[in-house]
Design a protein around this ligand. Structure first.
Ligand code: ATP
Length: 366
């Protein structure tokens, strides 16, 4: 599966819209450029249109308007079989009455590849995914992780230009999911085939993807590397969606050149004018906790301490009743009831105006 006959195959979507009967606009004028060879996540909450987008790229749904391009071909009106995509469904959709070998060889049977070649190709793909000993079993005789690998092998057998994976890990238990995450990422890098995968799990997208498109209500709100969407969410939607502990987003007002947020007076990370209403954003991981007073810090009472394993999530309630979350390293966690200060680390705070990230001077690029 080294892809010796591979041609470049990025995916390009332009002004793509998908309406379902009854007036639901599941994909709304969406533009997206997925570079050749990328491992690309479509991330967003339930119902934002991720699956519809994937199915429209595959040709299982027809676009209402706009175009889908794979490589240098406009495939918008082509049936799924002519698009050269391999899709893995959330429930794997294996044929229960067929053996593993026949499941994997199925796309080749559809392509009218001869029986001998089919068997050889299926055996080669199965071997690359560690399935060689399971070829004669039926799906019901496999674990969830094995079924997932058979579904992947089936998608790989026809050597598609693009892989489309719909929530590929959602049927696995937590432990297997971590293993499968590493396995998939390694496999994708080895194969180098452009891969789009859908997930609602931000941790999964951050861990696996080279690039992430964050979706809301049929639109893309930000595209970037995991580091970009984590460190500099472009708007409040992405800021509140990304991160296993949500970002602190505090309503603030600018006076005397400083940001006044929940009783704290903080230096703004970008230039702002007095009188502006902004939202001050800082991740709990980027606040330093102190049980004694420090300057330029949120101040409040420790109301909750949650154990995260190697650290704790401490909730401070400020004088005006705002809750500020701080991640505190193990052995430094305070007792509930005491006072605490939480100081933003230099260069880690963000300001949002009218919902969008402000970035208007050199500190924004730091
Ligand atoms: P989830 O993570 O829950 O699977 P999703 O982001 O994949 O969600 P979609 O399944 O693409 O979202 O659905 C997008 C919108 O389109 C939703 O409002 C959904 O109710 C609607 N929808 C999906 N499929 C159909 C359909 N066949 N007919 C009508 N509406 C549909």
């Amino acid at each position: 599966m080294t892809g010796d006959r591979r041609e470049p195959a990025g995916v390009g979507l332009s002004a793509l819209t998908k309406d379902y009967p009854g007036g639901v606009r599941a994909v709304d004028g969406l533009d997206l450029d997925v570079p050749d060879g990328a491992f690309f996540a479509l991330l967003g909450p339930s119902g934002c249109g991720k699956t519809t987008l994937l199915r429209t790229i595959a040709g299982l749904e027809s676009a209402t308007s706009g175009t889908v391009r794979i490589g240098d071909r406009d495939v918008t009106r082509l049936p799924p079989g002519l698009r050269d995509v391999g899709m893995v469904f959330q429930d794997y959709a294996l044929f229960p009455h067929m053996t593993v070998a026949d499941n994997i060889a199925y796309p080749l049977r559809i392509k009218k590849v001869g029986k001998g070649d089919r068997r050889a190709a299926a055996a080669a793909v199965a071997s690359s995914l560690g399935l060689s000993d399971l070829l004669e079993r039926r799906p019901a005789e496999l674990s969830g992780g094995q079924q997932q690998r058979v579904a992947l092998a089936r998608a790989m057998a026809a050597r598609p230009k693009v892989f489309l994976l719909d929530e590929p890990l959602s049927n696995l238990d937590a432990r297997l999911r971590l293993e499968a995450r590493t396995f998939l990422k390694k496999l994708q890098h080895e194969l180098g085939v452009t891969t789009l995968f859908v997930t609602h799990d931000q941790a999964e997208a951050l861990a696996m993807a080279d690039r992430i498109a964050v979706m809301e209500a049929g639109r893309i709100r930000q595209v970037g590397t995991p580091a970009e969407v984590f460190r500099r969410p472009a708007n409040l939607f992405v800021a509140s969606f990304i991160g296993s502990t949500p970002m602190n987003l505090v309503d603030a007002r600018v006076t005397g050149g400083l940001v006044e947020a929940a009783g704290a007076r903080l230096r703004p990370p970008v230039h702002v004018d007095d009188g502006e209403q902004v939202v001050y954003g800082v991740r709990p991981e980027y606040l330093d906790f102190s049980p004694t007073p420090v300057d330029e810090a949120f101040h409040g009472r420790v109301v909750v301490v949650e154990n995260l394993g190697t650290s704790s999530l401490v909730t401070l309630e400020t004088g005006d009743g705002v809750l500020v979350h701080v991640v505190v390293p193990e052995d430094a966690e305070p007792e509930p009831g005491g006072e605490g200060w939480a100081a933003p680390r230099p260069g880690r705070a963000l300001l949002y105006r009218e919902g969008d990230l402000m970035q208007n001077d050199v500190t924004a690029a730091a």
